[in-house]
Design a protein around this ligand. Structure first.
Ligand code: C2E
Ligand code: MG
Ligand code: MG
Ligand code: MG
Length: 279
């Protein structure tokens, strides 16, 4: 009887595994079409300078307007893209689109001071093509390399030196490199001090002022980032206390729902985009 039950389990397992695989393959195929058919859309979330109160940068966050499914958040389709080189195509689409949007903002503002931040997956940053993908996107735009921020995660940098070499090469061209979700990886501080990054984004789970211990930890992370010579973005600022504390402990920038939620470019406040109106 135990044997029969075991076989039943195995069959059930292989049935669910096959169903999951089929669903995954369908999603992957649909995503390939989505990139070609322009079903991906970008939302932008401001990153604000704590000293001036002005928007320094907009982070581009991808969504998929999938017919019949509505607007899908990235965690519903990025894992599938990241399991193959499809993620490089997706990231490059985002890169080009974000840079094109910043070109329009440059024209509106009459300067080149606003920045745009783009997330690049570990798989992409570990390939040599990242350099030509970035250079290609910049070449067809009016965006300066110093207006482009590439966000990578700690885990992307762990698997060896190829990613670090690529990022160092990008920095030499003037592109800004930002370490996303800082604090969630497993790097030692000795490794971190050698990373080729200009900015550290403290993950939102550490941007928490609800206890003395949480506040001490956040303050310590900001001190560590500054000791590495990096500027700091506090991510996931959700209330006035977190904003005030981030500012008090010297975070250069803040980002979060308390300041603004991600939104399509045409729904952003003109004052956030246009320097003259903001002034
Ligand atoms: P991330 O780069 O760390 O982006 C921040 C995420 O936190 C965004 O979620 C944003 O909507 C959310 N967020 C911002 N402020 C707050 C807040 O105050 N509270 C809370 N609870 N959440 C906040 P989103 O847009 O769902 O993106 C999730 C992740 O997907 C991103 O995390 C990034 O790792 C990835 N991602 C998004 N767009 C792209 C892309 O174009 N390429 C790649 N490779 N990854 C992307
Ligand atoms: Mg990011
Ligand atoms: Mg993050
Ligand atoms: Mg928070």
């Amino acid at each position: 009887r135990a044997k029969a039950a075991g076989r039943g389990c195995a069959e059930l397992f292989s049935w669910t595994a096959r169903a999951a695989l089929k669903e995954r393959n369908e999603l992957e195929r649909a995503l390939v079409g989505a990139i070609a058919d322009n079903e991906l859309v970008l939302h932008f979330q401001p990153i604000v300078d704590t000293e001036t109160g002005r928007v320094d940068c907009f982070e581009a966050l991808v969504r998929w307007d999938r017919p019949g499914f509505g607007l899908l958040p990235p965690d519903e389709f990025l894992p599938v893209a990241e399991s193959s080189d499809l993620i490089c195509q997706l990231d490059t689409w985002v890169l080009r689109e974000a840079v094109a949007q910043l070109s329009r903002w440059n024209r509106m503002r009459g300067d080149r001071e606003l920045k745009v931040a783009v997330n690049v997956s570990g798989r992409h940053v570990s390939q040599h093509r990242i350099q030509s993908d970035v250079a290609g996107a910049l070449r067809v735009s009016t965006v300066d390399p110093g207006q482009l921020v590439i966000e990578v995660t700690e885990t992307a940098l762990m698997d060896g030196s190829v990613a670090a070499t690529n990022l160092e090469a990008l920095r030499k061209t003037g592109v800004i490199v930002s370490l996303d979700d800082f604090g969630t990886g497993y790097q030692s501080s000795a490794q971190l001090s050698r990373l080729p990054v200009d900015v550290l984004k403290i993950d939102r789970r550490f941007v928490d002022t609800s206890s003395a211990a949480a506040r001490s930890l956040l303050e310590l992370m900001v001190k560590a980032a500054h000791a590495f010579g990096a500027e700091v973005v506090a991510e996931g600022v959700e209330n006035e206390e977190e904003l005030a504390f981030a500012r008090a402990i010297g975070c250069e920038y803040v980002q979060g729902f308390h300041i603004a939620r991600p939104a399509p470019a045409d729904q952003l406040e003109a004052a956030d985009v246009d320097r003259e109106l903001a002034g």
